[in-house]
Write a protein of this length. Structure first.
Lengths: 321, 600
């Protein structure tokens, strides 16, 4: 090797070292997979699944319990957490807001767990015109209210939206609002004696489905943990669908409900089995639901609609186990 | 030199090792500082969060707004370092918690059970507390609760320090890797710099040394102002002086190397340097390689009889004494030789003898010539003695007898007296001619006897008579008066060449010509026999002695002798002798010239 060739090689190696030193991103950070779980039944189901058996080490998985759907969405949007339990409409809002997510699990399909309640004296949705409606803005409740109003050819502009949650103000129906959008299990804390059920999620054409939504940016980094979470969820599926006593006791303890209330709440939450998930996904039904919801939300000005829907659904995860 | 032994490698490696050590030390220290800083931040955050949460709890619980506490807790739970956060009442019963499965449990049964005692203390003093273990930080903040605000709840937040430690370790490792790679790059550049500034320049200096040792032209010194340039310039100046000295000595050495005689020199210093020129092989008949192996190889060539004298001569030289010329007999592969050694001591600046040197001349030819001359002279004297004895003396004795007989006859008055006198006159005439012939043999060119022309004509008669060949002569009448010795030399040259042409060249026709051409005399011998150049002188066979004498005479006359062979244009083999007139003729105004002219 000539002297000139050796000098070129050494110079190139030195330059490579400097470039590496200056631009190297660093060692991969082994941060845990942080999942925000709320107070909805889908969250409780996931927490129950992860509490069974050998717990995943804190270096791999951390659950952050938050109150309120918007808190979960904001936490995911601000990248405080890596995943959150959201509804499909909240997932669309995430994508619309520039934070694409992937759906790892379909947890529950609401069968009346999300309700529009009115106080005594209001028996029709039409009677809500001009009234004050307590609703958590930019949440599934907001979407439900829109669908309820639309069913009687009304829209959100026909009512006064009061941002609040039933969990915060369980007696809001008594003196603060005329109607209230509330979901299980918070529904059980609301004084239902005089409340009138005007509309619920069972009446929707496109069901409310709560999912485990993961930020696109961290999907690959935590794929192994996500697979473990899915496996754990599928393992406890029989207990959830059969309303196993252990499961019921877990729900009752965490939600503060009585066993009968807990049972009633669970009944309204259709926990999805793996087969049901496959049916929804493989048959294209889930894409149809998403597309339909998107259009509706754009029309209702719940979405801006400038970005394409980027919500891939990881069917392979459900085939894994 | 192996690469790992080079200064370039060692320095670069040293810098790398030292740098890695410094980086390691720095990274460890940085990691420690990083951990301390992060833990301090965590402590501050923990205290702030617990205090904030205590305030919210006090306010929200007083107004029966427990969901607000849950909401506040959920934001605290977003911290990645938080393991568990609880809000307890005065009985340590968990009211709100970041993990709802602990709702209604006691603090003692939760993972924060080691906060039980500190929380009790905090309640009693109503002051925040920070409990720290190697792995965790507990922040405890009390608050008032109950309708009468007499109850004392506490907020306990547990933070895991291990995340901080692992992050600090990861950052330290990243810094270490980054700095180490940067250092490797810097060391590579250092290696390049050392290669350019040191290794290559050292190589240039070494190459200069080799070139100077090989007596090539001293290369120009390195440019620059560093130590290598300074060293190179100093070396250059030193080598230039040596080169100049060497160049100044070259003519001398070329002269010495070109000598036919042997020149030798031996240093008497501790280095014992010696020199002998290539003529040693020719004169001594032994190889220079032998003398390189054995400095006294030359001594073995000297005959035993002379060896002792040579050794004694050398000893005398070493002592600084002058010595006479030494004649030695040397045995060579070509036969014995005679050499003349002229040696002398060489004195140094302080007068001491630093070396001895000398010349050795091959005098074998001279010795042989002298011997042959002596032999020939002796032969000639013997011949003349015999001629005188056998012929002239006998004739004179015969004539004496006849004269005595005439005396007797006169006394007897015999009548045959006139006849006897005539016989005596004839014998005296023959004896006179014989004596004249002998004289001519000794002095062929006589001033009073017709000079060179007559001698050459006599030579032609001799050749015609003795060898039955045709021989003609032609001498230029305009020839100036010649000095007798020069004329004799010319005659002898002509005699030798013509005689050789007839005797050895088998010539049957010879012409001898002499004329003046400008400032030279041209003596030309023409022969129709073999070419003159083939008739080589050979001292051993005697005939060469004649040509040797011819060469001697040419040298005396300052003449040139050339031969040319017969060709298609000229059928004669020629021997042409050109003699400067100044060397052989009288000065025209000199007395000798005038007397010589009168004689002629």
């Amino acid at each position: 090797m000539s002297t000139r060739q050796r000098k070129i090689i050494v110079s190139t190696a030195a330059l490579g070292c400097f470039v590496f030193a200056l631009f190297w991103a660093g060692l991969p950070a082994s941060s845990p997979f942080v999942v925000a779980v709320g107070t909805r039944m889908g969250s409780e189901a996931l927490v129950f699944a992860l509490s069974r058996g050998e717990p995943l080490p804190a270096s791999q998985l951390r659950l952050v319990e938050m109150v309120g759907a918007t808190a979960l969405a904001r936490a995911l949007e601000n990248e405080v957490v890596d995943a959150a339990i959201l509804s499909l409409d909240e997932v669309l809002q995430m994508g619309d807001g520039g934070q694409p997510v992937r759906i790892a699990l379909l947890l529950e399909q609401s069968r009346g767990a999300d309700v529009l309640l009115a106080k005594e004296g209001i028996t029709r949705i039409e009677d809500l015109r001009g009234r004050r409606i307590g609703v958590e803005l930019r949440s599934v409740g907001h979407y439900l209210l829109h669908k309820a109003l639309k069913s009687v050819e009304m829209d959100l502009g026909d009512v006064q939206l009061i941002p609040l949650t039933a969990r915060e103000v369980p007696n809001a129906l008594e003196d603060q609002v005329d109607a209230l959008v509330v979901s299980e299990p918070d529904l059980r804390h609301v004084n239902l004696v005089k409340a009138i059920r005007l509309f619920d999620s069972s009446e929707l054409e496109q069901p409310i489905v709560r999912v485990l939504a993961v930020r696109e940016a961290v999907w690959a980094q935590h794929i192994e943990v996500i697979q473990k979470i899915c496996a754990r969820f599928f393992e406890v599926q029989p207990q959830m669908t059969s309303s196993d006593e252990e499961f019921m006791a877990f729900i009752a303890r965490r939600t503060g409900l009585t066993p009968s209330d807990a049972s009633g709440a669970i009944r309204r939450c259709g926990f999805l089995t793996r087969e049901k998930m496959r049916q929804l996904a493989v048959g294209g039904r889930l894409e149809t639901i998403l597309a339909s919801k998107r259009q509706e939300m754009i029309q209702a000005e719940l979405l801006v609609g400038q970005r394409e829907m980027l919500t891939p659904i990881e069917i392979d995860l459900w085939n894994h186990h | 030199m192996r690469f790992i032994h080079s200064l370039q490698f060692k320095l670069s490696l040293l810098v790398l090792v030292f740098g890695i050590a410094l980086i390691g030390l720095g990274v460890v220290q940085q990691r420690q500082r990083d951990v301390e800083r992060q833990v301090e931040v965590l402590r501050s955050d923990a205290l702030g969060a617990s205090a904030r949460l205590a305030g919210i709890s006090q306010h929200a619980l007083r107004r029966d707004m427990p969901s607000m506490v849950d909401l506040a807790l959920s934001y605290v739970a977003a911290s990645r370092d938080l393991t568990l956060g609880v809000v307890t009442d005065q009985n340590n019963s968990i009211l709100h918690v970041t993990d709802r499965q602990w709702v209604g449990q006691t603090l003692e049964s939760s993972p924060l059970n080691f906060a039980t005692l500190p929380s009790r203390e905090s309640r009693s003093t109503m002051s925040s507390a920070l409990v720290e273990t190697p792995a965790e930080i507990l922040s405890i903040a009390p608050f008032l609760m109950g309708d009468d605000m007499r109850g004392r709840g506490v907020v306990v937040l547990g933070y895991d320090k291990r995340n901080i430690l692992s992050k600090a370790a990861r950052r330290a490792m990243e810094d270490a890797i980054r700095f180490a790679v940067f250092l490797v790059g810097a060391c590579l550049l250092l290696w390049l710099a050392l290669n350019s500034l040191v290794t290559e320049r050292v190589s240039l200096v070494l190459r200069q040394t080799d070139q100077a040792a090989g007596k090539e032209l001293v290369p120009e010194p390195l440019e620059g102002k560093d130590e290598f340039a300074t060293m190179s310039r100093a070396f250059f100046n030193s080598m230039r002086v040596r080169q100049d000295l060497w160049e100044s000595q070259q003519p001398l050495w070329k002269l010495v190397d070109g000598l036919k005689d042997v020149f030798w020199s031996v240093s008497l210093g501790p280095d014992r340097n010696w020199y002998v020129n290539p003529a040693y092989e020719t004169v001594w008949g032994r190889s220079l390689e032998n003398i390189k192996r054995d400095r006294f190889d030359w001594l073995r060539a000297i005959s035993k009889a002379d060896r002792k004298r040579a050794i004694e001569c050398f000893k005398a030289l070493r002592e600084g004494r002058a010595v006479d010329d030494l004649r030695l007999k040397v045995t060579t592969s070509n036969g014995p030789k005679r050499v003349l050694c002229r040696s002398f001591p060489v004195q140094g600046a302080h007068g001491d003898v630093i070396s001895v040197a000398g010349l050795v001349m091959d005098v074998t030819e001279v010795h042989t010539v002298n011997r042959r001359l002596a032999e020939v002279s002796e032969q000639e004297r013997r011949r003349m003695g015999w001629d005188l004895h056998d012929d002239l003396c006998q004739r004179l004795v015969g004539t004496l007898f006849k004269c005595n007989s005439m005396v007797t006859a006169l006394k007897r008055n015999e009548l045959t007296l006139p006849e006897r006198l005539e016989q005596i006159a004839e014998e005296i005439t023959e004896t006179t001619q014989l004596a004249r012939g002998l004289a001519r043999g000794l002095a062929p060119v006589l001033q009073g006897g017709g000079g060179l022309e007559a001698a050459v004509e006599h030579l032609a008669m001799y050749l015609r008579k003795s060898f039955q060949v045709r021989c003609e002569t032609a001498l230029d009448p305009r020839l100036p008066p010649l000095q007798p010795e020069s004329a004799t030399h010319l005659y002898r040259i002509a005699q030798e060449l013509a005689t050789n042409a007839v005797k050895h060249g088998k010539a049957t026709h010879i012409e001898i010509l002499l004329w003046r051409e400008d400032d030279d005399l041209q003596l030309q011998i023409r022969s129709n026999g073999e070419p003159f150049s083939g008739l080589n002188a050979n001292l051993d066979k005697g005939a060469g002695m004649g040509m040797h004498m011819v060469r001697q005479r040419l040298e005396i006359l300052g003449a040139q002798l050339t031969f040319s062979s017969a060709s298609a244009e000229d059928p004669w083999n020629l021997a042409v002798c050109e003699v400067p007139i100044d060397e052989v003729a009288y000065d025209e105004n000199s007395i000798e010239a005038m007397s010589g002219a009168e004689t002629a």
